[in-house]
Ligand binder design. Structure first.
Ligand SMILES: [Zn+2]
Ligand SMILES: [Zn+2]
Length: 237
C-alpha cells in the first residue's frame, strides 16, 4: 500500500482535521481553536431547563417558565445552543450515521460539566422506539452516554427504560398535543428506588420528552433526576 493511500485511509478512519473547517484539529476536541471558540456554547442558560438566557443572566437566573412551573427533574445541562453549526453536527450524527461525531459531541458535554463534586448512580439514554431503532440502527443518546459513562466511570443502562409508543415529531404539535403525544410513552423495567439518575439526550427541543421520561422515572422510585445533552433549542416552543 503506498503512503498516500495509507494517509487517505487514516484520515477517514481516524480523522484529525477540524470537524467544521478541515484545518488541523486539537486531537481531544476535534475542532481547531478558532472553530472551538466560535461554537454556540450555552453558557448563559436557565439552571433548571437549560433554556438559553440573555448574556447578562447570572448562574442562578431561572427562565420565566421555571419560576412558575414544577419540573420532575432537578437540572438540565447542555453544552451548546441548538443553532448552526451544532444543529448540523447533530443531524450528521443522527441521520447520516456519522458516528465518529459521537466522541467530540460527548466531549463538549464533559467540557460543560467539568469536574463533578458527586457522581450520579446511573446514566439513562432517552430510548428510541423499537421501530425507529431498526430504521436508524443505533440510538445516538446511547452512543453519547457510552462516552460519558466511560469518562466518569458511571454505569449506563440502555435497557431499563423502553419507549413503548412511537410518537409523532414533537415540533409538529402544539403544547397540549405534545404532552398528550408523549403520555405513557416510556416504561421502566425494574426499580430505581432512591437512585440519582441522569437522562442523556442529543437535543432538548421542547423539554416535553425529558419531562415525560422524568415523570416515569420518578414513578419507578428515582430520587433525583438531571439531564445532560449536547444542545438546547433556543425557543422553548
Ligand atoms: Zn476549524
Ligand atoms: Zn427554565
Amino acid at each position: 500500500m503506498n503512503s498516500s493511500w495509507l494517509q487517505f485511509l487514516l484520515k477517514h478512519i481516524y480523522p484529525q482535521n477540524c470537524l467544521l473547517c478541515g484545518a488541523d484539529a486539537d486531537p481531544k476536541s476535534r475542532f481547531c481553536d478558532p472553530c472551538y471558540s466560535s461554537l454556540p456554547f450555552n453558557h448563559h442558560a436557565c439552571p433548571r431547563c437549560a433554556l438559553p438566557l440573555p448574556a447578562d443572566a447570572t448562574a442562578e437566573t431561572r427562565c420565566g417558565a421555571c419560576l412558575n412551573k414544577r419540573l420532575p427533574y432537578a437540572s438540565c445541562h447542555t453544552a451548546l445552543r441548538y443553532e448552526p453549526p451544532s444543529n448540523h453536527l447533530i443531524a450528521q450524527l443522527k441521520f447520516r450515521h456519522q458516528l465518529h461525531l459521537t466522541a467530540p459531541l460527548a466531549r463538549l458535554i464533559i467540557d460543560r460539566l467539568g469536574e463533578l463534586d458527586s457522581l450520579p448512580d446511573l446514566l439513562l439514554p432517552v430510548p428510541l422506539h423499537q421501530q425507529r431503532m431498526r430504521e436508524r440502527g443505533f440510538n445516538q443518546a446511547q452512543e453519547l452516554g457510552r462516552v460519558l459513562a466511560k469518562h466518569y466511570g458511571i454505569p449506563l443502562d440502555g435497557r431499563l427504560v423502553k419507549r413503548i409508543r412511537e410518537t409523532k415529531a414533537q415540533s409538529d404539535l402544539s403544547e397540549p398535543l405534545r404532552r398528550n403525544n408523549l403520555r405513557h410513552a416510556f416504561r421502566v423495567h425494574g426499580s430505581l428506588q432512591g437512585s440519582r439518575v441522569v437522562i442523556v439526550d442529543d437535543v432538548v427541543t421542547t423539554g416535553s420528552t425529558i419531562h415525560e421520561m422524568s415523570k416515569t422515572l420518578k414513578r419507578s422510585g428515582a430520587a433525583e433526576i438531571s439531564v445532560w445533552a449536547v444542545a438546547r433549542s433556543v425557543a422553548d416552543r
